[in-house]
Design a protein around this ligand. Structure first.
Ligand code: ADP
Ligand code: ZN
Ligand code: ZN
Length: 753
């Protein structure tokens, strides 16, 4: 334990103004007892109100004279200590993503309070088996039935769980009390872990690995044995055996006495993942996520700390499970947007996992069928090692995918959302009693505007992203603020059918009932999945054949196998394509690839239809051919041209304000600071020529809950330049001590603002 007379403490108050360590003197009684990471109570501010805080450093270096130092009041007994590595991780997150230190500390602390252990009662017989048997016979004779039941059980079992006796044997607590009073039994308490995993399943050995799988495992494990803690990217279509590779790798890690974190993109996928890991490793596997109670979470962390767990499965926050011997982090479906935090610090699990892996000497394994541009870019650059699995091990041919040109449909007078071909195929599948999935890849709030006759999309002349439809007939660029009134006629072909695209899953459901009387439809979207297990329920109902069609948003395309689905319809591929975000093409490719992959998972061949107004767009063409490499090559060109991530780095600065004018003023000031000694073209004039600042502009949702939102974008090839800008603005904000405004940072953003 580090010795020293003073402790530097981060106070648990979420305000920029106090976001720095404050020094306190360590009182005699705490000398040698206090360590870095401890949760303490200290007098704070002029009123010396008692506040909680975390020790981030113990030192002998006084920052001001002894007589002015306040004393630490004491250690918070219910507080949870932050591990030394977690403090480092928090500091890194603060520097890399921008946030207060206390927010970063709270992010890396999976549980904030210690919890009393759960207690289990047990009944122990205090007499020998024979003596108990004798008593049992006596009770039977006296018709003391309840007593007889428990004594009978105790003849053979020296210890019984209390719940079993009270429950199954139906013996009242009063009867047990009296047996205890007579000295026949003892009722004892023992503490036990709350376990969120309620599975009883036999262990299964792993499959014999294929040659490709084998060589991936050997390569990664032998790197590890040589002390190389690299990042690996496994690109492989669904069903190509990635999970089997993860299982084998983890088995290898467990043999080496190491622990592993398995990240999954959605809590909804927990059960199926857990089941597979549990079959392999039994109860040394657990889960951690927001559906757990505080006690369950606390206990999983305790088990992890004590080395009683080998594997934890969870969403991005599972990274903060306190494993003392972390050997590997697996990140499945690495490309998913949910790996990025939406609150400060807005960390990305991929980079955070890499930093953690470096701290702990662990390996990082990423897996995806459609890797993020970031991961593939780094794999191409040699920063990650790339492995490819391109055979489907589950049998079944990939679906046949065709593209339907919706402009042609309109020309032939069909204004329905269902193309003629799709209608034919739906009819056909209904007759054959096969199932259908209809997918609407809608996301974001504001819609784009396109021409139904020629497919022309209204775009920003400066940013090459589509304009978003705002109230009052205005079209706005979310990156630079460019604005035009919505045209009455298509600028390209003068057709009057230039409209915002609006269609919801609910409308689709209604249209299906109308067009195909008697059809059975299940709908899955934000509305129908509000309650806790509605997601599982809908999927179970569909897989047991209770409906002909499952329609919904991207939720329906993930991770589930429906062998009877032989038709997948993607109703309007353009919806995600025209999301005003530089990642729109990537997201579309991913969604379409995933969606098309849903058809033909069983023995019957499958077919997928992609309906679109832009049949020539590379995201759509490449997804239809399931050609990731070709997609990547085109997409990366676009990113390089616009200096978008991963070709460069980007930082969004989001300014929130209660009053519009104040927000505007603050945004302007922040943009000025960002520009530094800026040249008129928005570029920085000093050493780094390729840093540019755009904005401020009104955010796409200009006001949420009466809070006005402004946005500034900064781009640079050098991440350090962006954090320098962030630091500058943070300092400025600190000096202001703002109450009604705040500034947030988002690096390499995924969200559209
Ligand atoms: P992915 O994670 O890429 O979707 P999985 O690991 O789930 O792929 O494998 C898909 C299916 O193939 C699973 O049913 C799995 O049990 C099976 N499988 C994987 N590897 C093998 C293997 N080496 N031999 C036989 N079956 C395998
Ligand atoms: Zn623009
Ligand atoms: Zn047109």
């Amino acid at each position: 334990m580090k010795q020293g007379r003073y402790a530097n403490i981060i106070i648990d108050i979420s305000h920029e103004k106090v976001d720095r360590p404050f020094q306190y003197k360590i009182p005699e009684e705490l000398k040698g007892k206090l360590s870095e990471g401890a949760c303490v109570q200290v007098p704070f501010g002029t009123g010396n109100r008692l506040r909680q805080g975390y020790v981030v450093e113990i030192t002998d270096k006084a920052e001001f004279p002894d007589e002015k130092q306040k004393l630490i009041k004491g250690i918070v007994t219910k507080g949870v200590k932050v591990e030394a590595d977690a403090i480092r991780l928090a500091a890194w997150m603060k520097d890399t993503y921008g946030s207060t230190m206390i927010a970063a500390l709270k992010t890396v602390l999976p549980v904030k309070q210690t919890m009393k252990p759960k207690e289990k009662k047990k009944i122990t017989r205090l007499l020998s088996g024979e003596e108990v048997c004798f008593l049992w016979a006596e009770c039977v004779r006296k018709h003391q039935n309840a007593r007889a039941r428990v004594l009978k059980a105790l003849c053979t079992e020296p210890v019984l769980p209390y719940e079993l006796v009270v429950g199954k044997l139906n013996v009242s607590p009063a009867s047990l009390k009296s047996l205890e009073g007579q000295g026949v039994i003892a009722i004892e308490r023992e503490s036990c872990y709350r376990n969120p995993v309620k599975l009883e399943t036999a262990k299964e050995a792993g499959k014999a690995l294929s040659g490709e799988q084998e060589s991936i495992c050997e390569s990664i494990l032998s790197d590890f044995d040589m002390g190389k803690n690299k990042t690996y990217l496994i690109r492989g279509i669904t069903g190509s055996g990635k999970t089997e590779v993860y299982l084998s790798l983890i088995e290898g890690m467990i043999k080496r006495g190491k622990q592993c974190i398995v990240l999954i993109p959605e809590i909804a996928l927990t059960y199926q993942t857990l089941l597979r890991f549990y079959k392999r490793f039994g109860d040394r596997v657990s889960v951690i996520n927001s559906t757990l109670s505080a006690g369950e979470k606390f206990d999983q962390c305790e088990r992890a700390k004590k080395g009683e767990l080998d594997v934890i499965i969870g969403p991005r926050s599972a990274l903060f499970t306190p494993f003392p011997n972390l050997g590997m982090i697996v990140m499945d479906e690495e490309h998913e947007a949910s790996y990025k935090s939406e609150t400060m610090p807005r960390y990305h699990a991929r980079e955070t996992a890499r930093y953690l892996a470096d701290l702990k000497g662990a390996s990082l394994v990423l897996g995806s069928a459609t890797p993020s541009l970031e991961a593939y870019y780094r794999a191409r650059a040699g920063e990650y090692e790339l492995f490819t699995l391109d055979r489907r091990l589950t049998g079944g041919k990939p679906a046949e995918v065709s593209i339907i040109d919706l402009r042609e449909e309109l020309k032939s007078g069909n204004r329905s959302i269902f193309s003629r071909r799709l209608q034919e195929l739906i009819e056909d599948r209904l007759n054959k009693k096969e199932q259908i999935m209809l997918f609407l890849n809608r996301r974001g709030y504001a819609g784009f505007v396109s021409c139904r006759s020629c497919g022309y999309v209204m775009k920003c002349p400066h940013c090459d992203v589509s304009l978003s439809q705002h109230m009052g007939g205005r079209l706005v660029c979310h990156y630079c603020g460019y604005e035009v009134p919505q045209p009455q006629k298509c600028p390209s072909c003068t057709s009057p059918y230039i409209l915002g695209f609006k269609a919801g899953t609910q409308q689709i459901e209604q249209l299906l009932y109308k067009r195909f009387p008697g059809i059975r439809v299940l709908r899955m979207d934000g509305d129908t999945t509000r309650t806790k297990d509605s997601y599982e329920k809908i999927l179970t109902a569909f897989s047991s054949g209770e409906a002909d069609v499952l329609t919904g948003t991207q939720m329906i395309v993930k991770g589930h196998d429906f062998p009877n689905v032989t038709l997948v319809g993607i109703l309007a591929a353009d919806l995600s394509l025209n999301d005003s975000n530089y990642r729109a093409g990537e997201r579309t490719f991913q969604l379409l690839t995933q969606a098309a992959g849903r058809a033909g998972r069983g023995t019957k061949p499958g077919e997928a239809l992609i309906q679109t107004y832009r049949p020539d767009h590379y995201s759509i063409v490449r997804a239809a051919r399931q050609d990731y490499e070709a997609f990547y090559d085109e997409e990366i060109l676009y990113r390089e041209m616009g200096a978008y991530p991963p070709a460069g780095h980007m930082m969004a600065i989001l300014i929130n304000a209660r009053e519009e004018q104040k927000g505007e003023a603050l945004s302007k000031r922040a943009a000025e600071l960002a520009r530094g000694a800026a040249k008129p073209d928005g570029k920085l004039s000093h050493s780094v020529p390729d840093t540019s600042v755009m904005g401020p502009a009104k955010a796409s949702i200009g006001k949420i809950n009466d809070i006005y939102r402004f946005i500034i974008y900064c781009k640079s090839s050098d991440y350090g330049q962006l954090t320098a800008i962030k630091d500058k603005i943070e300092q400025y904000i600190q000096s202001l001590g703002l109450k009604d405004e705040n500034v947030q940072f988002d690096f390499d953003p995924i969200e559209s603002y």
